[in-house]
Design a protein. Structure first.
Length: 204
């Protein structure tokens, strides 16, 4: 750097020097053309952009996952509804079968009690069996020993032999004919009723 000293008489010939001022003409960001900020501002802007991009990416991923879960849930619900639709008839048939068994169990208990304490109940069984055997000759009837007297009195006019069989339960009546035997027992009749009703339910 050189310098020149002017005297008092040379002041008129001195030329003004235009000194460049620091910061003059520059934008607050440090770019004289206003296009770029400071390094700190640039890093902050990039961080904001990265944060926004990450947020949007996470939001899109969450939406896709939620859509997949909703689709899976909808498929499971549809499958369950279809199963319930198929299960309803089976459930109804099972309920009808259970009600039939319950009704027969109640009827069985009532009828056995009636047969045990009421002679007329036993006479009704005998008469119903004789109607089925109207064209056949009965040679002998086997019953429970406790009901032998009741059955004998009922068949006295027909001359049919009545035998008490300790192997039979109360309500059991076996008619022996030349063509074979007829089981008119109370339990046998209840079983036939149950089979008929069960078969009807199955056909429904």
């Amino acid at each position: 750097m050189s310098s020149k000293i002017y005297g008092h008489d040379d002041s008129a010939t001195a030329e003004p020097i235009n000194w460049q001022q620091v910061g003059a003409g520059q934008s607050p960001g440090g770019d004289p053309h206003g296009r770029q900020g400071s390094p700190e501002q640039e890093m902050e802007g990039r961080a904001r952009q990265a944060h926004q991009a990450g947020y949007e990416e996470g939001l899109a991923a969450a939406r896709n996952e939620a859509a997949r879960e909703l689709q899976s849930l909808a498929e499971r619900v549809a499958h369950t509804v279809a199963e319930l639709a198929d299960f309803r008839p089976a459930l109804r048939r099972q309920a009808e079968g259970d009600l039939l068994k319950l009704a027969l169990a109640i009827a069985r208990r009532i009828l056995y009690r009636e047969v045990a304490v009421d002679p007329d109940a036993m006479r009704g069984i005998i008469r119903a069996a004789l109607e089925k055997l109207s064209s056949q000759e009965v040679s002998r009837v086997r019953v429970h020993p406790g009901q032998e007297q009741t059955v004998r009195a009922e068949l006295a006019s027909r001359g049919i032999a009545v035998v008490g069989d300790p192997n039979l339960e109360r309500g059991a009546v076996l008619f022996e004919t030349a063509r074979g035997s007829l089981d008119a027992s109370l339990e046998t009749q209840l079983c036939e009723i149950e089979m008929g009703l069960t078969d009807r339910l199955r056909r429904k």
